[in-house]
Design a protein around this ligand. Sequence first.
Ligand code: ASP
Length: 362
Amino acid sequence: MKTHVLVMAMALLAAMSGCATRPAATVEQAPPPQTFTPARWAIVIHGGAGVIPKDSPREEIASRQASLAFALSEGRNRLARGDSAVDTVEAVVRILEDDANFNAGVGAAFNEQGKHELDASIMDGATLNAGAVAGVRTVKNPVSLARLVMTQTPHVLLMGDGAEEFATAMNVARVPNEHFSTPRRREMLDEVLRERAKTKTKAKSSVDEPRMDRASAGAARSGRIAAATGTVGCVAMDTRGNLASATSTGGLTGKRYGRVGDTPIIGAGTYASNASCAVSCTGTGEQFIRHTVARDIAARMELKGETLEASARHLIFNVLKPDDGGIIAIDRDGNIVMLFNGEGMFRAASDSGGMSVVKIWE
Ligand code: ASP
């Protein structure tokens, strides 16, 4: 007790003598040296694999870069002020869904019937909770419906009419299917259908569907079709070290009615676990489903002790084929990876260390 009183008295004396000898302004100018490490965060986004030609009009390139930069800055601000990784990836993907430059929400690809069927998913690396929707037609922001599947149901994936009914129950914003249409996407569909008709005429065999689909996918994502862009995704690590991932897409141009790609398949197009990493994929969904790309990247880290970079490289360059697509990912230490096996991928990244990039090609 005596010691306690003595310590308090000494502290008081020290404080008083400090006040007496140092003017307040001097104290403000010389703060004590920083002994804590600033909270770390990291974010990476993609706007799809498959790029516009390098000689595209300057405004077109600038418009994509501006879209990516805007979404990135929103995510960066959120993480810097302490928002969770899950809140951040949902907010960023919503921005990209509302942006006609990308194949998600407004600007979504048309299926072969000239309609839009949207897929999205989200995963929380801290809990392994996940939610996804497939084939929704009137939900303005599918990623938010996916989040509601995660938080308001015991399920992971809702599809078609059931997902639409759930959207009604959750009172989320709805729009007519045409809300997602853009002239550019219509042109892409027309071109894919024309190419398909040509291939069909040439083909001797009548059971050629997988080949047709690959041709459509390739055509849709290659530079032969002006302004082909893709799926959107966001991966983040928040200041508490939690990882999350979200992905949203209109799928492949000219896809068969009812076709679902990798985007809403947890483990294929999206995955997040604080034990290893969070991943969002883009490309030919069938390939990402076959090779469970997102989960395999995490699994190689967890089971083989590989780094994120080594694991992702293996999947993108040894397992997938050239032009299949790409991934963005962040590991639990905040290391960011952006890899693709085609000509490019719309992408952007930033972290608390001051790094910030927006890129389209290599
Ligand atoms: N992975 C998406 C899908 O197959 C498409 C894309 O990323 O471009 O539906």
